[in-house]
Design a protein around this ligand. Structure first.
Ligand SMILES: Cc1ncc(COP(=O)(O)O)c(C=O)c1O
Length: 421
């Protein structure tokens, strides 16, 4: 199948096209539910403002045209496509027929904790980190063992001593690789050290690698399970086409485990939730996504996102006194540091959250929202929602057309300059 050209006939990049999602039920636009003003630019949620590549849309159309959307299971072609992607793009040779399908990665986290750990088991996470990690541990009645990342001058590192202390009390570790929201792409030596500690203390690694395809020049993603066979034996690798190909609404993930008992337990847990087959159109889209027809599109997408993040980085350093951004090599997020801007004249930061009003407005709405983001009419994710360590930061999703990003950054620069004047 032909890949769609990323240049439209007028020479404008496909990714530059601004596409309205009004009326599509897009969660990212649901300002009412989140207590936002209707005129803000939403750059908070982790889905992209780009169309899914053409070969996937065509595969979906063909299936709709076929006309029968019955109960479905992965086909041989599905598995070949899946395995081909990881081998071709990540050098990871894995048996795709061993993959367990779930309704997304978050679903898989819940299934894994419920079926592979004991009630009350300690589970390590590394805040600031993707909020559903906290929820998965708490909602399944497991115990959070937070090992916060250490920050110094915008660099974030793992505290291995603290990690080892937690590992002594843990049954599982949910790793975010690359790390959302910071964007760190963990180096091989860091992953090896984590894995070695987990091996020594019998800790299962639940490796969420959903952002694995968003890695920029200078960084390289290592699949945790590819480190060594003994690491694969204790690892559950969580993958999904949803981020890379903008298919989050189809809710499908592929979970890999070398341990066949674990795979059976995951499938049983899925059945206990009343689920058996998988959504037919999600399988079609996933097969088409990984087929090889979209590799050039993904390369161009990653280059485009790199350009967006460079633009943001330049505007922050040239036009936003008191704001800083360190690029960490992965994900499409800019992890903006507003702490200096928030520092008052005595150098103290004023990061207190507003009290939670009745209703759905989250408690983490801070002064920054009113005085800077409110002025700039921007809707970003609040750093404190990823754990207390994220207070004073905002996560911006840069996977939007460059004109939208440039305009948002101009407004942010004006609001920052007004606040710091
Ligand atoms: C680290 C991470 N894991 C999982 C997800 C969500 O995955 P899914 O929609 O497959 O549940 C996200 C979405 O932002 C994410 O950033």
């Amino acid at each position: 199948m032909e890949a769609e050209s990323t240049n439209q006939s007028d020479g404008v990049l496909v990714f530059d096209e601004v596409i309205s999602r009004a009326g599509t039920g897009a969660l990212g636009l649901d300002w009412r539910r989140f207590g936002m003003a209707p005129d803000v630019t939403p750059l908070w949620l982790a889905d992209m403002a780009f169309r899914t590549p053409l070969p996937i849309r065509q595969a979906l159309e063909e299936r709709i045209e076929h006309g029968i959307i019955g109960y479905s299971v992965p086909t041989e072609d599905y598995y070949d496509s899946l395995g081909g992607w990881f081998e071709r793009r990540h050098g990871w040779v894995v048996d795709p027929r061993g993959a367990v399908q779930t309704r997304g990665v978050v679903h898989a986290l819940h299934l894994a904790l419920e079926s592979l750990t004991s009630p009350g088991a300690g589970v390590i996470i590394q805040p600031p980190v993707y909020q559903p990690f906290f929820e998965a541990v708490q909602l399944t009645g497991r115990r959070l063992l937070a090992c916060p990342l250490l920050e110094a001058d915008g660099a974030w590192e793992i505290d291995f001593d603290q990690f080892e202390a937690a590992a002594r009390r843990a049954e599982a570790f949910i790793l975010c690789s690359p790390h959302n929201p910071i964007g760190r792409v963990w180096r091989r030596d860091e992953l090896e050290r984590l894995a070695e500690i987990c091996l020594r203390h019998g800790v299962m690694i639940i490796s969420d690698e959903i952002h694995m395809d968003f890695v920029y020049p200078g960084a390289a993603h290592t699949v945790t399970a590819s480190l060594a066979p003994e690491v694969a034996d204790i690892t559950l690798t969580c993958t999904a086409p949803s981020k890379t190909f903008n298919l989050a609404g189809l809710q499908l993930a592929n979970i890999f485990a070398a341990n066949s008992t674990w795979r059976q337990r995951l499938i049983k847990q899925y059945a206990l939730q009343g689920l058996s087959q998988h959504p037919a159109l999600s399988l079609v889209a996933c097969q088409a996504a990984y087929s090889g027809a979209n590799d050039a599109w993904v390369d161009q997408l990653v280059a485009y996102l790199d350009g967006n993040l460079n633009l943001i980085s330049q505007m922050v350093s040239n036009q936003m006194p008191g704001v800083s951004l360190v690029r960490h090599g992965g994900t499409y997020f800019a992890w903006l540091d507003f702490r200096q801007l928030l520092a008052n004249k005595t150098g103290q930061t004023t990061l207190e959250a507003q009290p939670r009003p009745d209703g759905p407005v989250p408690a983490w709405r801070t002064k920054l929202d009113q005085q800077v983001l409110g002025e700039a009419k921007l809707w970003l994710s609040d750093g404190a929602s990823y754990g207390a360590e994220g207070a004073g930061f905002k996560r911006l999703n840069a996977a939007a057309p460059r004109p939208v990003i440039a305009d948002a950054m101009r407004r942010l620069a004006a609001a920052v300059q007004a606040k710091s004047a």
